[in-house]
Write a protein that binds this ligand. Structure first.
Ligand SMILES: O=C(O)CCC(=O)C(=O)O
Ligand SMILES: [Fe+2]
Length: 476
């Protein structure tokens, strides 16, 4: 699979795509993802070659491979094959392709493919995942390819590329050095009042945000669609995957309503973000995050956090070194080294894909955007990738309620991950030491939550009527 990373992607073109207003170059990864989910027994490199020889037409590849009988799939019929070139159909399509099962009967490909398990990630190796089924099997994430209508995705990408002129790198303290994030970003909220709060009350990585912007009309309208899809996937996951069909302890039972969006821009293959878990301070325990990718396809690497028997402080230092976006491109951090020794998973994120990080993700896994050796330029964004993570800041965790440390700074909420005895417990900690120009203190307090993830402060806190953050959809 490493060949995939280092191999220069040929341009593939598909005249049938013009009908769908999709650019030929931008969708090579999506096409490969579709083909891989349809023909799981064929190697990706071979599929890429066949795709190139079929001038980028997924329909032709499906026709050719099915006719040849070279895969598990039988011909899917003209009408359905035509559907194959429409990317929005990826998931449903695989359920229409029939394949011989072990008992001789014909089963939908998805059903038999799910029995054919990929090997789990191995030490020193990266397991590459493309299809929604594999991603759901191996990670606590759901992917929806071709999430927005093509026109809308492209319009949003153009809008955010323009916005990205105002993005900046955040700075944080790494031992005695001030380090800049290896990509640029800005935070988006809906109202001027929220802008004030985000720059003077909420903190991130130990400092107030300096780059907060007003959500653009496209960003808000897309948030409505993200909200709908995320809630539907949360409900499916609770129903189908979680024990007894119940939400996780501390997961919110309420509807997920995004009220903040972090937008990142990765300009070129070396821009990245190191392994980290997202800060829980305002989103609370077991948060769900909706992450939309636009432009150049990149690898989203994930790895499970494995408990080890040394102290939490060491664990936190390790996490801090990579969060948020701490390691400079290409540098091996302790976390990246650990990922390598334990094996990691790479989820390929093409243009216009929505990745939902479910409730168990932040506490049990770390994620990163790895520097790439090569990328396929995107027809609209060139070498750039834009990523939007929609988040739901909870009213009950507004900074006016969260503990202050001895040095008067806002504390941050973290989950103990490495030490077996304390794994899964939450803690409030001083984070000032990780902000440039500040000294931290040793403040530490266990955090208590009720079953729905609302804080139990030990004293009664009456939620006042003071403004919190407004849901993007509500503010339209
Ligand atoms: O760019 C991405 O897909 C991930 C960004 C991320 O992890 C973050 O903003 O916390
Ligand atoms: Fe993140």
């Amino acid at each position: 699979m490493d060949a995939f990373i280092s191999r220069k992607r040929p341009r593939v073109s598909d005249s049938s795509e013009a009908k769908h207003e999709s650019s030929p170059r931008e969708d090579t990864d999506t096409k490969l993802a579709i083909l891989l989910s349809l023909f799981p027994t064929i190697k990706q490199d071979e599929l890429l070659d066949i795709l190139v020889s079929c001038e980028g037409s997924v329909e032709k590849v499906v026709g050719l491979l099915s006719a040849k009988g070279s895969t598990a799939g039988t011909p899917i019929g003209k009408k359905r094959a035509a559907v194959a070139s429409s990317f929005g159909m990826q998931t449903s399509l695989s359920s229409h392709v029939f394949t011989p099962a072990e008992d001789g009967s014909m089963k939908p490909l998805r059903e038999s493919a799910s029995n054919k398990k990929l090997p789990p990630p191995q030490k020193g190796k990266t397991l590459h995942l493309y299809s929604p089924e594999d991603i759901a099997t191996y990670t606590p994430c759901t992917i929806i390819h071709n999430f927005l209508p093509t026109k809308e995705a492209n319009a949003l990408l153009l809008e955010l590329l323009d916005e990205s002129k105002h993005f900046s790198r955040y700075e944080f303290q790494l031992f005695n050095r001030t380090v800049q994030s290896p990509h640029t970003h800005a935070v988006y909220v809906s109202t001027p009042e929220e802008h004030r709060q985000q720059t003077s009350e909420y903190t991130y990585g130990g400092t107030y945000r300096s780059n907060v912007r007003q959500a653009t009309p496209q960003l808000r309208s897309v948030s409505r669609q993200v909200q709908k899809a995320v809630n539907s996937e949360i409900n499916k996951r609770i129903r189908d995957i979680y024990p007894d069909g119940k939400k996780l302890q501390y997961q919110s039972p309420k509807e997920w309503r995004p009220n903040a969006a972090f937008v990142n821009c990765y300009d070129g293959p070396t821009e990245s973000v190191g392994y980290h878990s997202d800060e829980l301070t305002y989103v609370g325990p077991h948060p769900v995050i909706g992450s939309l990718s636009l432009g150049v396809a990149r690898e989203f690497r994930v790895r499970r956090i494995v408990a080890r028997d040394d102290d939490e402080t060491a664990e936190d230092r390790d996490a801090d070194k990579t969060s948020p976006g701490s390691n400079s491109a290409g540098k091996q951090t302790a976390s990246a080294t650990r990922a390598n020794s334990q094996g990691q998973i790479s989820i390929h994120l093409p243009h216009n894909s929505l990745l939902i990080m479910h409730a168990e993700m932040q506490e049990e896994w770390k994620h990163s955007i790895a520097p790439a050796q090569t990328i396929s330029p995107h027809s609209i964004s060139g070498n750039r990738r834009i990523n939007i993570t929609y988040r739901w800041y909870r009213d009950t965790l507004h900074p006016r309620y969260t503990p202050r440390c001895k040095c008067g700074e806002h504390t941050i909420l973290r989950c103990a991950q490495r030490k077996n005895e304390t794994r899964g417990r939450y803690m409030w900690m001083c984070y000032a030491g990780f902000a440039p120009g500040k000294e931290g203190c040793s403040f530490f307090q266990w955090a208590e939550f009720d079953d729905d993830g609302d804080p139990v402060w030990g004293k009664k806190v009456i939620l006042d009527k003071a403004p919190t953050l407004v849901n993007f959809s509500a503010s339209q």
